[in-house]
Write a protein that binds this ligand. Structure first.
Ligand code: SF4
Ligand code: SF4
Length: 479
């Protein structure tokens, strides 16, 4: 067996993956009609051999450009979703703002080359149940942005029940970007997402959404679970309300999640959805693929990495570019890791332990269990939290999720190959979008240049001028 290349055949394509660096190419049916298969495969392999082995980056906090800080101030919630992972019996106490500030200040101080900081106060409950805290976080982020001259962006996901006009205006005034958890159409949503009195919530949320005038920055966060596996219906029901839709699978270790009993239906749902995306896009309706690529969609991540030909070294930045403060003042590798002792990296009183950060980083980099999986340069490896909840250990593969991820990898390859052959101009547009999204986390050099010329202005003032297309921004730029 050729260890350097992985060959995958579908009805319409032969895909060839370079197993040293993830580079890929394909042979289509029309090419196969003109030449023999093994000659073409060898020719295509040659086009992939020039790339070097992927090198292992040394662990250093100086390499972190984007820092995600989340605060689990409380787990109070006004919903009781069937698939919720929250511990309903935990004795959560609300964290005082002074302690939250200590966490944020100390975490930021650990990094020297940050270009953007995201602060997420969502917690494991409903963040809008504590609007005062959110306003405090908004003010903190503004102050920190001006102090550091980089964007410190507060963002959260709400369940939408309290998203009335007053709260929307308070969030917007505080500069907080927000998304809404919603699971598709009414039937798909209400089956799981009920309030604490077991009442349906879809109608109430939609009523709130209708009042939001500017929806340009609004995202939908959808949990894909055993009851809403029709992804096309999810997108069709949300597309008129949200410019960004992010569908992510629920954990595989519960009967409500994507598990052994429904994985085949999930794979079929994604195959249908990939065909739907191609059809809609080829007919000139780019809303669906744009909504998917714009956010944090599970399939969208695979597709944008394939479009950009981007190889990743780790599944995520948990523990080194991402820290989460829990209500009991411990610091974990990410919000979902709260309560998993192997993923605790410090505490408010003792700070973050760099040795633990290094351990998590190296564990992720090695992807020792991924072996010869063709998807590893796009998938990045197993989620440590999912691994823990499925197997009790943080570094074991979850076969159900691997099946799903490999399927998404091949579906992304199919979408890419189809567009490359049939509509390269469209593929180029998607490339530009994916690139724009990937660069969203980079430093804004234009704002930086204006700040250098005009130190009398603050970062947030210049950014606001730019965001609102104020002519004054161009004047300042040119002087
Ligand atoms: S699909 Fe599974 S085996 Fe393949 S890279 Fe991802 S986590 Fe590893
Ligand atoms: S460990 Fe899993 S849940 Fe945590 S940030 Fe990484 S992918 Fe997300």
């Amino acid at each position: 067996m050729d260890k350097d290349f992985y060959i995958h055949k579908t009805n319409n394509y032969i895909f060839i993956i370079n197993m040293r660096n993830g580079d890929f190419t394909h042979i289509s049916k029309s090419e196969l009609n003109q030449a023999d298969e093994s000659t073409l495969i060898n020719l295509k392999k040659q086009s992939l051999v020039s790339h070097a082995n992927q090198s292992m980056d040394e662990f250093s906090l100086d390499n972190v450009k984007v820092l995600f800080l989340s605060i689990h101030a409380s787990s109070n919630c006004n919903l009781k979703c069937r698939y919720c992972f929250r511990d309903f019996n935990n004795q959560s106490t609300d964290l005082p703002t002074e302690e939250i500030k200590v966490f944020l200040d100390n975490a930021i101080k650990m990094y020297r080359n940050l270009e953007k900081i995201i602060v997420d106060p969502s917690g494991s409950g409903e963040p809008l149940m504590n609007m005062e805290l959110l306003e405090y976080i908004g003010a903190y982020c503004k102050e920190k942005s001006d102090e550091l001259s980089i964007e410190v962006l507060p963002m959260l996901v709400s369940n939408g029940l309290l998203l009335d006009e007053t709260n929307v205006s308070r969030l917007r005034k505080s500069g907080i970007l927000f998304g809404v958890s919603i699971d598709g159409n009414r039937k798909q949503h209400d089956v799981n997402r009920q309030d604490v009195h077991h009442q349906d919530t879809y109608k109430k949320i939609m009523k709130n959404l209708k009042h939001i005038k500017d929806k340009s920055l609004l995202g939908a966060a959808v949990t894909l679970n055993a009851s809403n596996l029709d992804i096309i219906s999810i997108y069709e029901s949300l597309i008129n309300f949200f410019p960004t839709i992010s569908v992510k699978p629920a954990r595989s270790n519960t009967i409500y999640g994507i598990n052994q009993s429904n994985i085949d239906s999930a794979l079929k749902a994604y195959t249908d959805f990939a065909e739907f995306l191609i059809k809609k896009s080829m007919n000139g309706d780019l809303r669906y693929i744009a909504a998917m690529l714009n956010g944090d969609d599970y399939f969208g991540k695979f597709l944008s990495r394939i479009i950009l030909k981007q190889a990743v070294s780790t599944r995520c930045d948990a523990g080194f570019g991402r820290l989460s403060l829990s209500y009991d003042k411990k610091i974990y590798a990410c919000p979902a890791a709260i309560g998993i002792s192997e993923l605790q990296v410090g505490s408010l009183s003792e700070g973050v332990d760099e040795k633990k950060q290094r351990f998590i980083y190296e564990l992720q980099m090695s992807r020792s269990k991924c072996g010869s999986c063709p998807a590893k340069f796009v998938c990045g490896g197993e989620c440590l939290v999912n691994s823990y909840y499925s197997t009790g250990k943080i570094d074991v593969l979850d076969n159900v999720m691997c099946k799903l991820k490999r399927h998404l990898y091949w579906q992304s390859q199919i979408v890419y190959a189809y567009l490359l052959e049939n509509n390269p101009r469209l593929l180029n547009i998607l490339y530009e979008w994916s690139l724009e999204k990937a660069n969203r986390f980079n430093i804004d050099h234009e704002i930086n240049d204006v700040l250098q010329k005009h130190p009398e202005y603050t970062f947030t003032t210049i950014k606001s001028l730019k965001d609102h297309h104020d002519p004054k921004f161009d004047q300042l730029k040119s002087k």
